[in-house]
Design a protein. Structure first.
Lengths: 325, 271, 260, 271, 260
C-alpha cells in the first residue's frame, strides 16, 4: 500500500526560510518517515501564486500571513487551519518616508505598496495611530520585486513594505522609518496553514510538520551555520539575515506559540483584520459584513460560527511543547 | 472522392468548423467549473458563467464605491492610452531608424550591430535602470513598451527598406533626386504600409509589456486590475478581463488592417 | 559624343567585359544583343554610373562620365521602373517635383499645376492620358513600360538607356512599343542604348546593332575572359547572311553551360 | 561627392562604425556609475566594472557555500534545458499544426479561428490556471514557453505553407501523389527551413516567458537568480546576467542560422 | 481521344471561355496562342482538372475527365514546376516513389536503386545526366524546364500540358528546347497541348495551331463575352496570308485595355 503523500509550499521570507533548511537538511523527510507519510516541500517565488495554488487545492499546506489566510483561502471557501504560528513581525514591516521624519507627514503623499497585502494593513494602522485615514493618501500598487528600484526614483516618497526590502530601502540616503510593525506587535503573524479537512483526516501530517518545525527551530536558534544557510538561500548572507531576524519575533519554543494563540489578543487582532479586509472588499462580493467569515481561536469564535473557515488550532504545537511527538 | 488537400469546405461548413472548437472549449470550461464547484461551492479558480456575468456587471456597469467610476472602462482607457502611446512612439522610432539605416549605408553600418544587441536584451530585467532614467510614472510604462517593441520594428523595417527594388533608387537618381528626396518621396511612402504590417505583428508583445508594466507600479489599467484581484484569486474578474483584452487586441488588429487597406490601396492590390 | 576607351570590367576574378572600345554620336539608336550573362546589363550599368569601370574609361563629351546616376541619363528597366505608390500622373511629375522642391521633393499651388500639365503632355505622347489617375498595378505590362518611358523623358536626358524594356510583354503589344520608341526617338533627338534578347527587335529598331560576345573562350573557366563588341553593324546595311552568322555564333555561346 | 545613399563604408570603417555605439554606451554607463558613486558610495544601481567583475567571479567561479555548485553554470544549464524543451515542443506543435492547417482546407477552416484567438490571449494573465493544470514543476515552465510561442509558430507556418506555389501541389498530383505523400515529401521538407526562420523570430518571446516563469516558481535558472537578487537590487549580479542572456540569445540565433544553412543549402541559395 | 463539348467557363460574371467545341486525336501536338488574359491557361486548367467547366464537358476516351489532377496528365508550368528541395535525380524519381511508397512516398534498398536507374534514363533523354546531383537552383532556366519535362514524362502521361514552358528562356536556348520537345513527342507518342505567346513557336512546333480569341466584343464590358477557338489550323498547311491575318487580329484584340 502506497504511503499517503502531501505537498507543502512556501515562498522566500525571513520567517519561512526554515522550511528550506528542513527540506535540504532532510529533517522533514525524517519526520515524514517517522509518521509513515511522504511530504514534498516546494519553493514558489511568487508569494501570491503559492497561496493561490494552495487555495486551488494543489498543495496541502502553505506558509502565509494571518491576513492572507483570511482573505484568500478562507474567503474562497477553503476551510483552513493555522497549524504552526511561527513568528510575528516585530519591525519587519515598516512605513518609510523620504526626507520626512514623522508619520503625520505622510498626509497627501502617494504611498507605494503591494495593495491589499499586510503592508496595506500596516499603513492603515499607521494612519489610524495619528488619526488619519486612507483618504488622506493615495495608494499606488507596486510589485514587491520592484519596490527597491522604485524607491530610487524621485517620484516615490513613501513606501510601506516588508523585509528584506525595508533594510535595503533604509540603506538608501534620506530614508526614515516612521512606523513599523513593532508598534503593532502580534498583528502580522506568519503561519503555516493547512486544509482543515486534510488535517482532520491525517493527523499524522500535522504531527510530522510540527515535529519537524520545532527540530529546525532548535537548530536555528543554536547554530549560526544553520542561519547562514537560510540567509544564503534567501539570496542574502548571514549578517543581513540576522538583521531581519532581529525584527522578527520567532517562537523558537512551542510553548510560546501555544501561549500566543491562547491569548485573547489574537481574537481581537483577527477582528481588526477582518474589518480591514471587509472595508477593502477582500471578503468577497457575497460578504454582507466583516463577521461573514467565522474565525475560530481558543479564545472564542469571531464572526459567523456557522461559516468558520479559519481556525487557530494550538493542539499540535501543544503536543510538541509536551514532547509527545 | 477528391484528395483531402483538394476538398474545400463550403462557406457554411467553414463557419461551422471554425466555431466548433471555440464552443468545445467553452463546454470543457463549463464542465471543469461544475466539477470544481461540486467539491467546493466557493471555488474561485473556475467561476461559473453566472459569477463571471455578475463580476462583469460590477466592473463595467456599477460605479465603484471608492471612486464612483466604472472601473472596467477606466482601466481600458488608461491601458489603451499607454498602449497606443507606446506603440505610436515605437512605430515612429522604428520607422525613422529603420528607414534611415536601410537607406543610408553609413547609418546602417553604425547602428545595425547595436540594434541587434538591444533587440536581444530582455527588457524586464533592466527595470531598475529604466525607473531611474524615466521615473516610475506613466513615462516608464510607455517606455517599457517602446523598448520592448521598437527594436523589432527597426529591424523589420530596415529589412523591408533594403528589400525595395534597387531599380527604384536608380530610377529616382536619374530623375535628379538627392538622398533626402529619395527617402521622403520614394522610400518613406513605400515603407509606411509595411510599418502597419510590422506593428500588427508586434502588438502581441506590446500587450505583454503593457501588462507587465502595469504590474510594476500603477493605480489603474487592465493589467493592474488583473494583478490586484489576483491577490484574492478573483478569476471571475480575471477571465473576462483576459477575454476583453483578447477582443481589444483583435479589434486593434482589424483596425490597422482596414486602415492600411484604405490608406495604401496600391500596396494591397499589388500583392 | 560618347567614347568607350579600352573598357574592362570584372567582378573579382570574373571578367565580364574585356577591352571594349567604341564611339557613339549624338542621336544614334544602339541595340545590344548577346547571350544571357554576357554583360549587357553590366555595360548599361557602367553607362548609368551604378558600376565603375575596372580599367579604361567612358567619356561623355570628352569628360569622364559621372560615377552616379543623374538626370542626364534616363533608364527603363524590365521591371520596377515605376513607383507603385504614385498614380500614373504623379509618376511622371515626380522628376520635375524633385527639381522644384529641393528638400522634400514636393511642390504645391500653381507650380504644382504647371508640373502636372507638363506631365499630362508627356502622358499624351505615350498614349496614357485616359489612365492618368490610375495606379501602376492597375495597368497592363505594356502600359507600365510606356509610363516608365514618359517618366524618363520628362527630364529630357542626353542618353536613354533601356534594359530589355519589352522582355516581359506580349508580342502583339511589343510591336506597338517599338512604334512608340521609334517615334519618340525621332521627335526628341534622343541617344538610345537598348538591350534586348530578341534579335529581330535589334534589327528592326536601331541605327546600329552591337553584339556582345567573348572573342576568346576557356570552356573550363568561362569567367576567365570577358565579352566585347563582336559585331557592330549599321542596321540599314544588314543582309540575310550576317543575320544568320550572328544567330549561329550566339547559339554556339549559349550551349556552354554557365558556371554556377 | 556622391549622394549619401550611395556612399558605402569600407569594411574597416564599417567595423569601426559598428563598434562605436557599443563603446559609447559603455562609456556613458561608466560615467553614470561614477557620478552616482560620487554621490552615494553605496549606490547599487550602477555598479562599477570592478564590482561587476567580483560578482561574476563569485557566481561563475566560486562554488556556492550552500550547495557547492557554480551557480551561474547551474542556472544556465537549468534555463537552457527549459528554453530548449519549450521551444522544441512549440516548434513540433507549430510545424504539425501549421503544416496540416495550411495543407488541408478542412483542418484550416476549423482551427484557424481558434488559433487566432489563442494567439491574442496574454498568457501571463492565466498563470494560476496554468499552474493548477500543469503543476508547479518543470512542466509548467516549459508549457508557458510553449503557450507563448506555439501560436505564433503555427500562424507563421500556416502562412508559409499557403504561400508555397500552388503549381507544386498540382505537379505532385500529376505525379500521382496522394494527400499524405504530398504533405510528407513536398510540403514538409520545404517548410522545415521556414520553421528555423520562425523559431529564430520567436526566440525573444521564448526568453521573456522563460524568465517570467522562473520568477514565479523555480529554485534555479537565470530568471530565478535575477528575481532573487532583485529584491536587494544587486545590479552587480543582474547586469552581467542580462549580458550573459543576451550573449546566449545571440549564440542560439547564430547556431540556428548556421544549422539551417547546413541542412537546407537549396533554400538559402535560392533566396 | 479528347472531345470538348460546348464548353463554357466563367468566373462569376467574367466569361472566360465561350461555347468551345473541338476534338483531338491521340498523338496530336496542339499549340495554343492568344492575347494575354484570353483564357489559355484556364483552358489548360480545365484539362488538368484544377478547374471545372461551368457548362459543357470534356470527355477523355468518351468519359468525363477526372476533376482532379492525376498521373494520366503531365504538366509543365513556366515556373515552379520542379521541387527546389530535391536534387535533379530525386525530382525525376519522385513520381515513381509515390507509386511504390504508398504512405510516405519513400522507397529504400533495391527498389530505390531501380527507380533511380529509371530516373537516370529519363535524365539522359533530356540531356541532364551531368547535372543529376545538382539542386534546381544550380541549374539555368532551360535546364530547369528540361528537368520539369523529364519529371512529367516518367509517369508516361496520356496528355502532356505545357503552359508557356519556354516563356522565360533566352531565344537561343528556346530553339534547343523545341528540338527536345519535338523529339520526345515523336519518340513517346505523346498528346501535347502547349500554350505559347510566341506565334512563330506555335507555327514551328505543333501539328495543329489553335488561336483563342473573342468572337464578340463589348468594349464597355470586355468580361461579358468569352474566348473560343477562332482559328484551328493544321500547321503543315499554313501560308503567309493566314499568319498575317492572325497577327492582325491578335493585335486588334490587344489594343483594347483589359478591365481592371
Ligand atoms: N554585382 C555583381 N557581382 C558579381 N558578379 C556580377 C554582378 N553583376 C553581374 N555579375 C556577373 O556579370 C556577368 C554579366 O551579368 P549581366 O547581368 O551584365 O548579364 P546580361 O548580359 O545582362 O544577362 P541577361 O541577358 O541575363 O540580363 C554575369 O556572369 C554575372 O554573374
Ligand atoms: N481564379 C480566378 N478567379 C477569377 N478570375 C480568373 C481566375 N483565373 C483566371 N481568371 C480570369 O480569367 C481570364 C483568363 O485568364 P488566363 O490566365 O486563362 O489567361 P491567359 O490566356 O493564360 O493569359 P496569359 O497569356 O497572360 O497567361 C482573365 O481575365 C483572368 O482575370
Ligand atoms: Mg541583363
Ligand atoms: Mg496563362
Amino acid at each position: 500500500q502506497a504511503k499517503e503523500s502531501f505537498k507543502l509550499c512556501w515562498s522566500i521570507y525571513v520567517g519561512w526560510m526554515p522550511w528550506e533548511y528542513g527540506d535540504s537538511s532532510g529533517i522533514i523527510d525524517k519526520w515524514a518517515k517517522k509518521y509513515d507519510i511522504d511530504i514534498e516541500v516546494v519553493q514558489i517565488n511568487d508569494y501570491i501564486e503559492s497561496i493561490n495554488q494552495y487555495s486551488a487545492g494543489a498543495f496541502d499546506a502553505c506558509a502565509m500571513t494571518n491576513m492572507d489566510a483570511l482573505t484568500i483561502p478562507s474567503a474562497g471557501g477553503v476551510d483552513s487551519t493555522a497549524l504552526i504560528v511561527g513568528d510575528f513581525s516585530n519591525g519587519n514591516d515598516a512605513v518609510i518616508l523620504k526626507e520626512k521624519t514623522s508619520i503625520e507627514d505622510i498626509k497627501g503623499q502617494r504611498v507605494n505598496l503591494v495593495e491589499l497585502s499586510v503592508s496595506h494593513y500596516l499603513l492603515a494602522r499607521a494612519l489610524d495611530s495619528v488619526g488619519l485615514s486612507e483618504r488622506d493618501v493615495q495608494v499606488v500598487n507596486t510589485s514587491d520585486a520592484d519596490m527597491v528600484a522604485a524607491y530610487g526614483t524621485d517620484q516615490v516618497t513613501a513606501v510601506s513594505t516588508w523585509n528584506p526590502l525595508v533594510n535595503e530601502i533604509l540603506n538608501m540616503p534620506k530614508s526614515n522609518q516612521v512606523f513599523d510593525s513593532s508598534q503593532i506587535p502580534g498583528e502580522i503573524i506568519d503561519l503555516l496553514v493547512v486544509h482543515t479537512e486534510t488535517l482532520d483526516k491525517y493527523p499524522a501530517f500535522g504531527k510530522a510538520l510540527v515535529g519537524a518545525w520545532y527540530e529546525i527551530m532548535e537548530k536555528m536558534q543554536g547554530d549560526e551555520s544553520v542561519r547562514e544557510h537560510m540567509g544564503i538561500a534567501s539570496g542574502a548572507d548571514l549578517a543581513r539575515y540576522e538583521s531581519q531576524l532581529a525584527s522578527t519575533k520567532m517562537f523558537y519554543q512551542p510553548g510560546d506559540a501555544v501561549e500566543f494563540v491562547h491569548s485573547p489578543e489574537l481574537k481581537k487582532t483577527m477582528a481588526d483584520i477582518a474589518e480591514f479586509s471587509f472595508d477593502h472588499g477582500l471578503l468577497g462580493e457575497g460578504a454582507p459584513d466583516a463577521q461573514f467569515i467565522g474565525i475560530e481561536t481558543p479564545a472564542g469564535i469571531y464572526g459567523n460560527a456557522a461559516n468558520v473557515m479559519l481556525r487557530f488550532n494550538p493542539e499540535y504545537m501543544q503536543l510538541a511543547a509536551d514532547d509527545k511527538l | 472522392m477528391k484528395r483531402l488537400i483538394n476538398r474545400q469546405p463550403s462557406s457554411v461548413t467553414r463557419a461551422f468548423l471554425g466555431i466548433l472548437p471555440l464552443v468545445l472549449a467553452l463546454l470543457v470550461y463549463q464542465w471543469g467549473s461544475t466539477v470544481r464547484k461540486a467539491e467546493n461551492p466557493q471555488d474561485k479558480l473556475l467561476p461559473g458563467f453566472v459569477e463571471i456575468h455578475d463580476a462583469m456587471e460590477r466592473m463595467a456597469l456599477t460605479p465603484s464605491k471608492r471612486t464612483g467610476e466604472l472601473l472596467m472602462w477606466e482601466d481600458t482607457k488608461s491601458s489603451l492610452k499607454r498602449l497606443v502611446s507606446g506603440v505610436a512612439i515605437a512605430a515612429a522610432i522604428g520607422l525613422t531608424v529603420g528607414l534611415l539605416t536601410g537607406a543610408i549605408p553609413l547609418f546602417g553600418a553604425s547602428l545595425t550591430p547595436v540594434i541587434t544587441v538591444i533587440s536581444l536584451i530582455p527588457p524586464m530585467a533592466l527595470l531598475p535602470i529604466l525607473f531611474i532614467v524615466f521615473g516610475i510614472g506613466e513615462v516608464s510604462k510607455v517606455v517599457l513598451i517602446v523598448i520592448g517593441v521598437a527594436p523589432f520594428l527597426i529591424r523589420d523595417l530596415y529589412q523591408r527598406t533594403c528589400e525595395l527594388p534597387r531599380e527604384q533608387l536608380v530610377k529616382s537618381m536619374t530623375l535628379g533626386a538627392n538622398s533626402g528626396q529619395i527617402i521622403f518621396r520614394v522610400l518613406l511612402p513605400q515603407i509606411l504600409p509595411r510599418l502597419f504590417a510590422s506593428v500588427r505583428l508586434s502588438l502581441g508583445a506590446a500587450w505583454l509589456f503593457l501588462i507587465a508594466s502595469e504590474a510594476v507600479a500603477s493605480t489603474d489599467g487592465l493589467g493592474y486590475r488583473i494583478f490586484l484581484v489576483r491577490r484574492y484569486m478573483s478569476m471571475d474578474v480575471i477571465l473576462p478581463y483576459v477575454a476583453w483584452i483578447t477582443l481589444l487586441a483583435f479589434l486593434i488588429d482589424c483596425l490597422l488592417q482596414q486602415g492600411s487597406k484604405r490608406l495604401f490601396p496600391w500596396y494591397h492590390a499589388a500583392k | 559624343m560618347i567614347e568607350f576607351r579600352n573598357l574592362w570590367k570584372n567582378y573579382d576574378d570574373n571578367v565580364v567585359l574585356e577591352n571594349l572600345s567604341a564611339q557613339v554620336g549624338s542621336g544614334e539608336f544602339i541595340t545590344l544583343v548577346g547571350t544571357s550573362g554576357c554583360g549587357k546589363s553590366t555595360f548599361l550599368k557602367l553607362l548609368l554610373g551604378t558600376e565603375v569601370t575596372s580599367r579604361g574609361s567612358i567619356l561623355l563629351d570628352g569628360r569622364p562620365i559621372a560615377d552616379e546616376p543623374g538626370p542626364d541619363r534616363g533608364i527603363v528597366f524590365q521591371k520596377y521602373s515605376v513607383f507603385p505608390h504614385l498614380t500614373v500622373r504623379e509618376n511622371v511629375a515626380l522628376g520635375r517635383e524633385f527639381e522644384c522642391g529641393p528638400i522634400f521633393g514636393r511642390v504645391f499651388g500653381s507650380a504644382r499645376k504647371a508640373i502636372l500639365a507638363e506631365a499630362d503632355h508627356w502622358l499624351e505622347s505615350v498614349g496614357l492620358t485616359p489612365a492618368r489617375h490610375r495606379y501602376p498595378h492597375e495597368l497592363s505590362g505594356g502600359m507600365q513600360q510606356r509610363l516608365a518611358i514618359a517618366q524618363a523623358l520628362i527630364k529630357q536626358p542626353r542618353l536613354l538607356l533601356l534594359d530589355e524594356p519589352f522582355g516581359a510583354l506580349d508580342p502583339g503589344i511589343r510591336k506597338d512599343m517599338h512604334q512608340l520608341v521609334l517615334s519618340l526617338w525621332g521627335q526628341h533627338k534622343l541617344t538610345v542604348f537598348m538591350v534586348t534578347h530578341d534579335l529581330s527587335e535589334g534589327f528592326y529598331l536601331g541605327t546600329r546593332l552591337w553584339v556582345f560576345d567573348k572573342c576568346r573562350m576557356d570552356p573550363q573557366a568561362p569567367e576567365r575572359f570577358g565579352s566585347t563588341i563582336t559585331f557592330d553593324l549599321p542596321v540599314g546595311k544588314t543582309d540575310r547572311q550576317s543575320l544568320d552568322k550572328i544567330k549561329e555564333s550566339l547559339a554556339r555561346s549559349a550551349q556552354i553551360p554557365v558556371a554556377v
